[in-house]
Design a protein around this ligand. Structure first.
Ligand SMILES: Cc1cc2nc3c(=O)[nH]c(=O)nc-3n(C[C@H](O)[C@H](O)[C@H](O)COP(=O)(O)OP(=O)(O)OC[C@H]3O[C@@H](n4cnc5c(N)ncnc54)[C@H](O)[C@@H]3O)c2cc1C
Length: 237
């Protein structure tokens, strides 16, 4: 079905966007002028002990928990990531030094690509139930899209933001989290403009103080131009 939707959009020159849980997306207040494909391919297949083939719409945190419960180690970090397997792969989601790499499929005769499923190999063994900041933030009920900026090589974006004195810094309804400075919170009334302004202000302040240029991790989906980010989103037409 995902393939059929993507193919239809490509053939009819309709701009489209595949969304998993949307946990890494910042949509423009004016919406998205195109087709949003909500991915709900949620199967899980145990190929052999410790090898799972999982649909790209499967919740990544559920997969992490399931692996732990079945006595396998390696995907503990997924437990705190509130997205789908496809979103995690696309974003190279990770924590504690582990990341997920995407396996794309391409639509024939087009540059559009999508992730239908992923296969994970985990090893038997004791699991480590690490409670990361992401889980603390989720538990606190604050609404965010996770880390706003990528970590500059060898450094922590959150540390720069915190050292620039920006924890709690606010623009309209958008605020830098007091718990994790790289998480920007919707206090209830934030517009996408508030969020974009806050992102720009933080970038400018960190740059003027440390000479570091922070790059967005969060995906801003503009109303007319689709995804804007520093990654290549070639499936948006
Ligand atoms: C509280 C909180 C904590 C977080 N903690 C972490 C963390 O610890 N580590 C981390 O890495 N991230 C973290 N994130 C960010 C986010 O949850 C992850 O990047 C997640 O994997 C995104 O999955 P999603 O399904 O929500 O993707 P979406 O936001 O729906 O999509 C993200 C991008 O992936 C593309 N995409 C999604 N599915 C597919 C597909 N099947 N084929 C092709 N493209 C696709 C979308 O088009 C979009 O460009 C956190 C977010 C929140 C809100």
């Amino acid at each position: 079905m995902l393939l059929a939707c993507c193919r239809y959009c490509c053939e009819h020159s309709i701009r489209f966007l595949i969304v998993g849980k949307g946990s890494n997306c910042l949509f423009d207040d004016n919406g998205f002028d195109g087709c949003v494909i909500l991915n709900r391919i949620e199967f899980i297949e145990r190929i052999e002990p410790g090898v799972y083939r999982v649909g790209s719409g499967y919740p990544f945190n559920r997969l992490g928990l399931q692996c732990c419960n079945e006595g396998f180690s390696g995907l503990e970090f997924a437990g705190g990531i509130p997205g789908t397997v496809g979103g995690a792969a696309y974003m190279n989601a990770g924590a504690n030094g582990q990341i997920v790499l995407p396996r794309y499929e391409r639509l024939s005769s087009s540059s559009c690509r999508y992730i239908p499923s992923e296969t994970f190999s985990v090893s038997e063994g004791a699991t480590t139930g690490v409670l990361g900041k992401a889980e603390i933030i989720s538990a606190s009920g604050e609404r965010s899209a996770g880390s706003v900026f990528q970590n500059p090589s060898g450094f922590s974006a959150a540390e720069f933001i915190e050292k620039a004195g920006l924890k709690g810094f606010r623009r309209g309804g958008a605020k830098v989290s007091e718990i994790h400075a790289n998480f920007f919170i919707n206090c209830g009334s934030a517009t996408s403009t508030d969020m974009l302004e806050l992102i720009n202000l933080v970038k400018v302040k960190v740059n003027s103080k440390f000479g570091i240029e922070l790059k967005e991790e969060v995906k801003y989906v503009s109303a007319c131009n689709g995804l804007i980010s520093n990654r290549n989103d070639s499936f948006s037409v």
